[in-house]
Design a protein around this ligand. Structure first.
Ligand code: GRF
Length: 196
């Protein structure tokens, strides 16, 4: 059974979708949900599901990323995860942190990578007049939002869409895609899956 630690920054809807999927014959189980904000609503939801939680506030560390990560790593290493899932985690990790989990760390990004790495993905898709948008699960490497793609799901951009309405439509697909990719990944499958 694979041990999965999940990193969040906010509400944790992707974390919940992953946690709820790890039951029955699923080859993995959640062992920790950690956040960079002690006030992240997702921590409360994880605790309600009986999962160990931890929070390290990144703000007191200011520009000291390594210091913040060292504090976070203490919790992560104690949980001994086989796989690390970034699920709405909004801190950019240093190459040193990434190297420690390379080949066993996943992230969900709300665009059809390689299009629109970084922030404001839905607004950028609308500004570009794209007919489609979507989300991507990828392995995390030292280059932001750039690692090997493990899965994608597409949605149409509809007339009158705002960044918020598009984000809501994509989020539904995120909650479908990420659990499927994690199940495959925990079973050793690296071939990407593209959801209809
Ligand atoms: C999601 O769109 C995710 O892709 C992005 O942050 C949003 C919120 O995620 N990184 P969650 O509800 O906190 O999982």
């Amino acid at each position: 059974m694979k041990r999965v630690a999940l990193l969040i920054s906010g509400g944790g809807s992707n974390m919940l979708a992953l946690v709820r999927s790890m039951t029955g014959d699923h080859p993995a189980r959640p062992v920790l949900v950690a956040a960079n904000d002690p006030g992240a609503a997702g921590l409360v939801r994880a605790a309600e599901l009986g999962i160990a939680t931890a929070a390290v506030d990144h703000r007191p560390f200011g520009k000291d990323r390594e210091g913040f990560e060292a504090a976070l790593l203490a919790h992560i290493e104690a949980a001994r995860p086989d796989i690390l899932c970034l699920a709405g985690f909004m801190r950019v990790l240093t190459p040193g942190f990434v190297a420690r989990f390379e080949g066993r760390m996943l992230n969900i990004h709300p665009s059809l990578l390689p299009k629109y790495p970084g922030l404001h993905t839905h607004r950028r898709a609308l500004e570009a007049g794209d007919a489609e948008a979507g989300c991507t699960v990828h392995e995390v490497t030292a280059v932001l939002d750039d690692g090997p793609i493990l899965g994608q799901a597409r949605v149409p951009v509809l007339p009158g869409d705002s960044a918020d309405s598009l984000a809501a439509r994509v989020l539904v697909e995120e909650h479908r895609l990420y659990p499927q990719v994690l199940r495959r990944y925990a079973s050793g499958v690296r071939a990407p899956v593209f959801l209809p």
